[in-house]
Design a protein around this ligand. Sequence first.
Ligand SMILES: [Zn+2]
Length: 268
Amino acid sequence: MKTDFSPDHQISFACNICGRSNTQAAGTFHREAPNCSGCGSTPRFRGIIHALSLGLMKQSLPLKQFTSDPHVKGIGMSEWEGYARVLSEKFDFTNTFFHQEPFLDVVSQTHWQNYQGSDFLICTEVFEHVLQPLEPGFTNMRKMLKTGGHLVFSTPFGDAPKTIEHFPGMVDFATCQMGEDWLVVSKKNDGSYQVYDEHVVFHGGPGTVLEMRIFGRDELVKQLEEAGFEVTVLDEAVPEIGYYWPSIVDRPEFGHIGEHYILLCKAI
Ligand SMILES: [Zn+2]
């Protein structure tokens, strides 16, 4: 039976992270809005666990039902504590960070070597903030994983086939505030500078983590495939666990940004 996603329709779901049953109107779901009354998980966080379960457990199970195995090695990148803590109890899981230990800069030429032989890797909302070129980052993730290992990946992407770079050729940058406006001073690969006052978008509040691009779905999938992954876009909502959000159309300058669902990528 097809689920009714009209805005007032009440959707009941069991959180796959804490187990709490919730009922919310479909129109109130947002990818980044906490809506589990038990743990405060967002639809994206439940999607991450859904994808990881499909990869590791071959079916979508609640996190608490994942089979514990201290030999299964997993890596996260600044993951939400709500699921990172449980993953650490069940597996040999390391939550890494860009600014603190244990360090992982995904484009670093050396950091990936500390995490080789991993069974799974979670990389959510990282690549829209990575300086070009992106290829080393995608390749490093493949090199961290065993063949057959799983990458759970998310980033904002649109329906347009090509990725839109907000600051093409940028190799370094600074941000500054002038009155109400935020500016990006971009250093280009030829040594020149350019100042941008458009598309200056921060994730996590003004002046924090700069959004550098909106991926195009086809280009994103191709880059992951070229790095050695078999890619599945989990573009079917799973209302039973609250893996659902209405399509995101609040930035018309990029056309239809789309649902930007979670990607499950197998290292081949
Ligand atoms: Zn929950």
